[in-house]
Write a protein that binds this ligand. Structure first.
Ligand code: 13P
Length: 256
């Protein structure tokens, strides 16, 4: 299998979670655009839905892409409170997270929901970032690899190589999210290898080799470089440290 690790573009996504009003988000996005040095990394920010439009205005004409944190799989209809993939595409999003652990654990998204979301995002011509990751209990029970394999298979199993062309995957161990406890570079790389092997089994080696696999969980400027040193770690999904321009820019610049 050819080594494409050097040709996969590094992707850094800031997930603001439930932080920032439209005005605050526009100011943060403007600070990121102003401070971002040209580099190899593809940078995106995922504000809450209510800040998408002001952030889209703030990043227009820059290299920063707009991402959404979630989506509902139906196109339109009587689904109070929901936002569809075509709506996100029309709001200038090119990337949408599917199955973030907070959606799974706080809002009860199941594997089937994650699959429908990923499919809806693909249908709307955007890149889904399918998030997978084990809890501490699952890791301690020696189940970490099985958990991510099963989550991935449930989300994208049976889809063709060409359907999956825009796909990205994020490995976010639940025990590392917002805890300050980052996976070691070796643990992250080992889990990313498992994910890439699963992708190869599900969709073929070409799909596996081209798919960016991001790590998320307590990423900061001072650990980003070490985590990214793994051959199968192709990017970062950043929570808390993406809420300030200086700390997010440190991470973007560490990514190249
Ligand atoms: P933290 O970087 O705050 O740990 O959050 C990680 C995350 O969940 C990004 O999606």
């Amino acid at each position: 299998m050819p080594d494409q690790s050097s040709t996969r573009r590094t992707v850094v996504i800031g997930n603001w979670k439930m932080h920032k009003t439209g005005t605050e988000g526009a100011a943060l996005a403007a600070g990121i655009v102003a401070g971002l040095r040209p580099g190899r990394a593809e940078v995106a920010i995922a504000p809450p839905f209510t800040a998408l439009a002001p952030v889209a205005d703030a990043i227009r004409g820059s290299s920063v892409a707009l991402a959404a944190q979630d989506v509902f799989h139906e196109r339109e209809g009587a689904f109070t409170g929901a936002v569809s993939a075509p709506m996100l595409a029309a709001a200038s999003c090119s990337i949408v997270l599917a199955g973030h652990s907070e959606r799974r654990h706080v809002f009860g998204d199941g594997d089937e929901d994650v699959r429908r979301k990923a499919l809806a995002v693909l249908d709307a011509g955007m890149r889904p970032v399918v998030c997978v990751g084990e809890t501490l209990e699952q890791r301690d029970a020696g189940q970490a690899e099985n958990v991510v394999r099963e989550q991935l298979e449930a989300a994208v199993g049976g889809l063709s190589d060409s359907q999956l062309a825009p796909l990205a995957v994020a490995y976010e161990p639940v025990w590392a999210i917002g805890t300050g406890r980052t996976a070691t570079p070796d643990t992250a790389e080992a889990m990313h290898r498992v994910i890439r092997a699963s992708l190869a089994a599900l969709a073929g080696s070409e799909a596996a080799e081209r798919t960016p696999i991001l790590y998320g969980g307590s990423v900061k400027g001072d650990n980003a470089g070490a985590i990214l040193s793994g051959a199968n770690v192709d990017g970062l999904l950043v929570g808390g440290a993406s809420l300030r321009a200086d700390s997010f820019l440190d991470i973007c610049h560490a990514a190249g």
